[in-house]
Design a protein around this ligand. Structure first.
Ligand SMILES: *Cc1c(COP(=O)(O)O)cnc(C)c1O
Length: 218
């Protein structure tokens, strides 16, 4: 399978109101350009340096999504470069984003990443810390939360559904309430192996890497 066939198959399965993010980490610029020429405009990267290099060499109408763990000392490098940060996972990171975006008089659009499976190996906040983080977001002037993101634990379809539904419930609950600087537009969940299930469960933003570009070699 090549990028063209992969994209055809995936876009055929994804409803129009679901945003497809092509996760291009580790892949060469030529592959991204191929996807770009097939109409893809949303790309996801998980390393700041790699994102900056690709941002530099590719067309300017690309929307870059930062989907990896974001270190505070790197926030200053991505202001102006990304359309959405998917990985707000602490109050300390929130304060740094507020500070750096304020210094450039820009608004940061972010998703709160939730560690829905409470896995040691994963980033994201625990559900019990969500209200606290939202309260801090309400005090910001340069940060807008646009939704939630999760990477669910590995497991079978039943297990995936359990975590996707859990995320959807948290998302809907926040959506029904009123907070300053918080709107629930995006629910970012689902990757190559489970995006169809994720969409069934309410995802409206899927992040697909290997399913588009083929296996990653590290
Ligand atoms: C790598 C990555 C993906 C894509 O994973 P695939 O299995 O290649 O589709 C999605 N989300 C995040 C946060 C990632 O790091």
């Amino acid at each position: 399978m090549n990028i063209l066939d992969n994209l055809k198959e995936i876009t055929n399965q994804i409803p129009k109101d679901v945003t497809l993010i092509a996760v291009s980490k580790t892949k060469p610029v030529a592959d991204l350009l191929e996807a770009y020429n097939l109409g893809i405009r949303d790309f996801g990267e998980n390393k700041v340096q790699e994102l900056l290099e690709k941002h530099e060499s590719l067309p300017k109408d690309i929307k870059w999504h930062f989907i990896g763990h974001l270190q505070r000392n790197k926030v200053k490098n991505i202001v102006d470069k990304v359309c959405l940060i998917h990985s707000l996972d602490s109050i300390r990171l929130l304060r740094e984003i507020e500070k750096q975006y304020k210094s450039k008089n820009k608004i940061a659009e972010v998703l709160i990443e939730i560690n829905i499976g409470k896995e040691e190996s994963k980033h994201g906040i625990l559900i019990e810390d969500l209200e606290n983080l939202v309260s801090e977001v309400e005090k910001c002037d340069f940060v807008k939360v646009k939704g939630l993101m999760a990477i669910i634990p590995k497991g079978d379809e039943e297990s995936s559904k359990f975590y996707f539904h859990k995320m959807k419930d948290i998302w809907s609950n926040l959506k029904d309430r009123q907070f300053s600087n918080v709107t629930m537009e995006y629910l970012s969940m689902g990757m190559s192996g489970d995006y169809a299930v994720a969409i069934q469960c309410g995802s409206n933003m899927v992040r697909i890497g290997e399913g588009i570009f083929g296996k990653r070699v590290y």
